[in-house]
Ligand binder design. Structure first.
Ligand SMILES: [Zn+2]
Length: 283
């Protein structure tokens, strides 16, 4: 994607200096206190604890080269966020509505949100309670290293997916999901959760469609990168890496094939009315 020199969003809360505290031990300590607090309040998990105690490579001193690469990734993220503001701002306007822009929080190591605490291991997420998208830039490396996904557009897809959750929130779907969580079984809820995730993928595709129409900055290989990312982070792929058998009932994001299908559908049609993953019988 052509992104250098384009507008960067100002809706970014860069907490890398805070969560990374001096780029070294500080981040580990703050993270540790945070996880400990969470742990003793009963919400924590021992893995989080271990992860903070054994400093990961992100909490170690970065070389000037790594720092420069991360700063470049931060600029890229800000440009993509600006692109999502332009596209969704326009689509909401056309529908006679006002798009409320989300804030994107960049963090390193650990972060607290209105939805609770998270570490880099949680991956990027959207918190409806504070309307913010949280991203640890090390996820870009994770995509490359662990999932073999290359190309910066893969990260653009991830951001567009999280912004897709924000759009769902603005459209009232998130509160509907909260209602379902209280009323249906866990198995049933997981099915809805997959639908919600696939729709966020569809919205990411919608964003790519209009971004291309409005700005002509996306190349065919970018879409390939996005599809590879969608393929790599499907639940079936993730589960196969950790478990011997794949258990569909616990899928919460959809299979690789489903994720690619819905992203592609949004990208190719640009038609918001085709994104009703909730009514679609076979996903
Ligand atoms: Zn999601």
């Amino acid at each position: 994607m052509d992104w250098k020199g384009r507008r960067e969003s100002s809706n970014v809360d860069d907490r890398r200096g805070i969560s990374g505290g001096g780029r070294a031990l500080g981040g580990g300590m703050i993270g540790l206190l945070f996880i400990l607090a969470k742990f003793f309040l009963g919400g924590g998990d021992l893995n989080d604890l271990q992860q903070i105690i054994q400093p990961s490579e992100y909490q170690q001193e970065m070389t000037a080269e790594q720092q420069a690469a991360e700063d470049e990734m931060a600029s890229f993220v800000k440009v993509v966020l600006a692109d999502t503001e332009d596209v969704w701002g326009e689509l909401f306007r056309q529908a006679g509505k006002t798009y409320q822009e989300p804030t994107l929080v960049l963090f390193r190591g650990a972060v607290s949100s209105a939805c609770g605490g998270a570490t880099s291991a949680s991956g990027p997420f959207y918190c409806p309670a504070d309307k913010k998208v949280y991203i640890d830039l090390s996820f870009a490396d994770e995509l490359k290293r662990r999932f073999g996904v290359k190309g910066d557009f893969a990260m653009a897809y991830v951001i567009a997916h999280e912004v897709g959750h924000h759009v769902q929130d603005l459209l009232g779907l998130t509160s509907e999901m909260a209602r379902l969580r209280r009323t249906v079984s866990e198995k049933e809820y997981n099915r809805y959760s997959v639908k919600l995730e696939l729709q966020a993928d569809f919205y990411a595709g919608i964003w790519a469609h209009y971004n291309q129409k409005m700005k002509h900055v996306i190349h065919p290989e970018d879409i390939q990168d996005a599809l590879e990312a969608a393929n790599a982070i499907g639940d079936d792929r993730l589960q196969k890496q950790y478990q011997a058998t794949v258990t569909p009932d616990s899928f919460t994001h959809g299979t690789s094939a489903q994720r690619m299908y819905w992203f592609k559908k949004g990208y190719q049609t640009g038609d918001l009315s085709q994104g009703d993953t909730f009514s679609a019988r076979d996903l």
